[in-house]
Design a protein around this ligand. Structure first.
Ligand code: IVH
Length: 447
């Protein structure tokens, strides 16, 4: 038998080890032990926590299993609207923004700016009462979101209880994220199972949090980074940076790349610094958020439409590279539609190796004028799925081959026919396999 103090030590050890193993498994995609070892450690922790409930850590991995699947999500109203940000696509646009706000403030007002990463995930709101997480919701349309508390509770980096001293009420906002590693792993599985690939970490994070069964959300290994406190009782902040410091004290994870900028030059140097680390950064980022640090000034500047005047999102341009089209093949989707896929000589763009991209349909192939053997420009905008933007016709040798859609289905050999495909954006002619029992159509759909 263990003494209580031995049990306490063992619980702490197990909790730490299980958390490390979960991180290795979900985020690093590099487990150091087998599932059986992980399960056995978890079982031991669960039984110790049952035996000594007073020693159980409320943030223990055991409590992160979530409840039963839901029928649907319940709608929730945000007490404070969840805003969007206006974009700036160049330094000039950042300077224009600065000019606009300076004009609205009394002359010679000293303005400091807070710079942080713009995470490419899904905005969520967390409500804590007396230090306990009571509700987690999506942004929705900014006014009304969906209650996804069960799913959010499975995220390791969302504290179920806050570190003391905590306020009796606080709302924390931040971004639910999927790391690039986890997305690559997930897309490999999707591909193997004939399911649609997720275009980027944002879509994958959103899709995972919309799962009605928290078990599925949990398997996706999402992370959370906090960035704002829209409301709190009993604490006063003067600046946005004070909010960040307070969030860290409460036990939240925040990105470490942040800076107070006194001038626009400081803002630009932060933007260049982040540009350098972006390819190696474990999460998708699509820019930098620049806010007026002083909260009184923020209030004065206010909100127009859906976005505050006091902040702007600087967006990096898409990264481009050239490569050679080695082949164009055809995929058959679940609806029977034939989708052309370009294969490339593998090339590095925005931090990962790209070897293929969808060409969507025949219209797109004709628009680009793309042939097998062509040198093309491909781009990736922080997104994981790349696209062909241009053919470099000057690079042609004359040996390039034109592509045409096959007349029979590459999966079952049945006749292929043209039909008008209506999409949300437009209608175009698509090629379909005519066989209703084609095995490509009978694969399981996306979950
Ligand atoms: S501040 C007033 N900070 O960008 C708007 N947003 O805002 C408060 N986002 O869907 C947002 N990283 O989820 C802020 N460090 C960050 C962010 C961030 C990502 C997202 C946010 C929202 C979108 C537009």
């Amino acid at each position: 038998m263990m003494t209580k103090s031995e049990a306490k030590k063992r619980i702490e050890k197990l909790t730490k080890e299980i958390e490390k193993l979960r991180h290795e498994y979900h985020t690093l995609d590099n487990p150091s032990v087998t599932d059986a070892v992980y399960d056995s450690l978890t079982r031991e922790l669960r039984s110790l926590e049952t035996e000594y409930p007073d020693l159980a850590d409320p943030n223990s991995p055991i409590h992160r299993v979530g409840g039963k699947p839901l029928d649907k999500f319940v709608k929730v109203t945000h007490a404070i609207r969840m805003l969007s940000l206006n974009d700036a696509f160049s330094k000039e646009e950042v300077l224009d923004w600065e000019k606009r706000i300076k004009k609205l403030l009394p002359e010679n007002t000293a303005v400091e700016y807070f710079c942080e990463l713009k995470m490419d995930g899904l905005a969520v709101s967390l409500i804590y009462e007396n230090g306990v997480l009571v509700r987690g919701a999506t942004r929705g349309d900014g006014f009304i979101g969906e209650d996804i508390t069960q799913n959010l509770k499975t995220l390791q980096s969302i504290p179920l209880t806050l570190k003391a001293p905590y306020p009796e009420f606080i709302e924390v906002r931040g971004e639910a994220l999927m790391s690039k590693n986890v997305l690559e792993k997930l897309n490999k599985i999707q591909e193997k199972e004939g399911k649609q690939l997720f275009a980027n970490t944002r879509n994958a994070a959103a899709g995972s949090l919309r799962q009605l069964d928290p078990k599925l959300a949990r398997e996706r290994g999402l992370d959370f980074m906090a960035y704002d406190i829209p409301q709190v009782r009993g604490v006063e902040f003067k600046t946005h940076s004070e909010k960040h410091a307070f969030l860290r004290k409460l036990g939240f994870v925040l990105d470490t790349h942040e800076k107070i900028a006194k001038t626009t030059e400081d803002i630009f140097s932060f933007i260049s610094q982040v540009e350098k680390i972006r390819p190696k950064y474990p999460y998708g980022t699509d820019g930098v958020v620049v806010s007026v640090d002083n909260l009184t000034l923020q209030e004065r500047l206010g909100v127009v439409g859906k976005a505050p005047r006091w902040a702007v999102a600087f967006k990096y341009p898409a990264e481009k590279a050239t490569t050679i089209v080695t082949d164009i093949t055809v995929n058959v989707g679940r609806t029977g539609v034939l989708t052309p896929l370009a294969h490339f000589r593998p090339t590095l763009v925005a931090g990962s190796t790209v070897s293929k991209a969808t060409l969507h349909n025949m219209d797109q192939i004709e628009r680009l004028g793309i042939r097998i053997g062509d040198t093309v420009v491909i781009q990736k905008a922080g997104d994981v799925i790349p696209e062909v933007v241009e053919v470099l016709e000057k690079m042609r040798t004359g040996k390039e081959k034109k592509f045409s859609m096959p007349s029979v289905c590459p999966v079952c050999g049945a006749k292929v026919e043209q039909r008008v495909a209506e999409s949300k954006k437009d209608s175009s002619v698509a090629y379909y396999c005519t066989n209703t029992t084609c095995s490509a159509k009978n694969r399981r759909g996306m979950q």
